[in-house]
Structure formats: structure tokens, C-alpha cells
Design a protein around this ligand. Structure first.
Ligand code: SAH
Length: 232
């Protein structure tokens, strides 16, 4: 009986159904949107080829999960365009053994992309409902090395600091000082800086011998970094 069930399962799974379709769409997304635009980091590409992005978007948008634009995830928030996720991941230079802090969990997709590469991802989300949704998807997909925290990421996560990398996926007017303090020596931070109503600048922040260096990269558009009034 057991073997009959497994044969049936194998037959079902090899049928060119939805999941097969998503797999093909994902490989094409990486080739056409990511590699063609110059992303070369092997770990980033490998992870983008693997993470099931369609699981992180609302069911009605699943057919568009691998398209070349951001999608709405509810509560006025978005999951970034696939290329932006790949670009920011490559900039962080994530490696096995690293511990990364993300501010702005959103759907949890960026956290999963990092979790494929590094040892541990801590991700903070200010909207409780999004945080809970992301937590359950990450759990279901087996990303047990991601810890989802509800709260205002402005304060970072002092109890787990310092981090090899910090990624902020909401646009802040300036770099939150607690995040600078929680960056490890030699670490990298990627953060969009600027007014929420306009185009912002993606910044790469590095710390060497305790000295902070910032580099302006490209114009980007992110949802606003909000603040929890209780914590101000
Ligand atoms: N990285 C996400 C995209 C996030 S969109 C993904 O892969 O899907 C940005 C997210 O940042 C939103 O969900 C928003 O609610 C959250 N956010 C905004 N300000 C925040 C803050 N101060 N602390 C934590 N999360 C914040």
C-alpha cells in the first residue's frame, strides 16, 4: 500500500502541473531578470533559483510571482522586485556562518533568500499580521534558521548583535544609529535612504577599524520606514 501511494505521488508530482510551472518560471526569472542584468554572486543566484517566491505572495498574485516588478502583500506593503532582492543580497556578500539582521520582514521572501546562504537570519517587522504570516510561511517551507520578531526595527536587535550584515527594506530618512552600532567590524549594511514620497538612494555602509563609510549606489523606491510611537 505504502509503495503504491509513493508511486502515485511521484506520478502526480511529475505531471506538468502548477509547481512544475513555477519552477520553470523561477529559472527563467533568474536567467532573464537577474543574470542578464549583471548579478554574478554564486550564492545569491543559487538561492534565487531555489526559493519558492510564489509561496510568499497572496494566492491571487501567484501567477505573477516571478514577474519583473514588486507585488502587493497587504497592509500597503510590497514584496520587492526579484532583481532588487538579488541586488541587495549580492551587496551584503552573505556567507555561510554569517548572522544577518533584516529590518522589514514583509512577506519573508528576502529573509528566505538570505537563510539559504547564511547560518541565521533575524528579521523584524512592525506590522503584526505580516509578521505572523511570514513566520508561518517560513516555518512551512522549513526555514528554521530565521527568527521573525515583531517590533520597530529602528532599535535593531541589541541582544543578538553584532551582525555580519544588516539589510533594511523600508526607506528611512537617515541611517538609524542603533543599526550602525550593531554592525560587526568588517560588516556591511544595505539600506534605502531618503524621503518616502520621492525616489530614494540605496546606500552601502561598511565598518572598518570602527570607521563608517557610506557609498551611494542607485535610485530606488521603497515603502516608508515607520516608527512605533511607543518606542520613540
Ligand atoms: N523584505 C520584504 C519586503 C518588505 S516591504 C520582503 O521580502 O517581502 C518593507 C516592510 O518593512 C513592510 O512590511 C513594513 O511594514 C516594514 N517596516 C516599515 N517600517 C518598519 C520598522 N520601523 N521596523 C520593522 N519593519 C518595518
Amino acid at each position: 500500500m505504502k509503495s503504491l501511494i509513493s508511486i502515485l505521488l511521484v506520478l502526480l508530482m511529475s505531471k506538468p502541473g502548477y509547481s512544475q510551472n513555477y519552477e520553470e518560471l523561477r529559472q527563467r526569472m533568474v536567467r532573464e531578470q537577474i543574470e542578464k542584468r549583471g548579478i554574478y554572486d554564486r550564492a545569491t543566484l543559487k538561492s534565487m533559483r531555489k526559493v519558492a517566491r510564489h509561496q510568499f505572495v497572496p494566492p491571487k498574485y501567484r501567477p505573477h510571482a516571478y514577474d519583473d516588478y514588486p507585488l502587493l502583500i497587504g497592509y500597503n506593503q510590497t514584496i520587492s522586485q526579484p532583481y532588487m532582492v538579488a541586488y541587495m543580497t549580492q551587496l551584503l556578500q552573505p556567507k555561510e556562518g554569517h548572522r544577518i539582521l533584516e529590518v522589514g520582514t514583509g512577506s519573508g521572501y528576502q529573509a528566505a533568500v538570505l537563510a539559504e546562504i547564511v547560518d541565521k537570519v533575524y528579521t523584524i517587522e512592525i506590522v503584526k499580521a505580516l509578521s505572523e504570516k511570514a513566520k508561518s510561511v517560513l516555518n512551512k517551507l522549513g526555514y528554521h534558521n530565521v527568527e521573525v520578531i515583531i517590533g520597530d526595527g529602528y532599535q535593531g536587535l541589541a541582544s543578538k548583535a553584532p551582525f555580519d550584515g544588516i539589510i533594511v527594506t523600508a526607506a528611512a530618512e537617515q541611517i538609524p544609529p542603533p543599526l550602525l552600532n550593531q554592525l560587526k567590524e568588517g560588516g556591511r549594511m544595505v539600506i534605502p535612504i531618503g524621503s518616502p514620497s520621492t525616489v530614494q538612494t540605496l546606500m552601502l555602509v561598511t565598518k572598518r577599524n570602527g570607521k563608517i563609510t557610506t557609498r551611494e549606489l542607485s535610485p530606488v523606491r521603497f515603502v516608508p520606514f515607520t516608527r512605533d510611537k511607543d518606542q520613540e
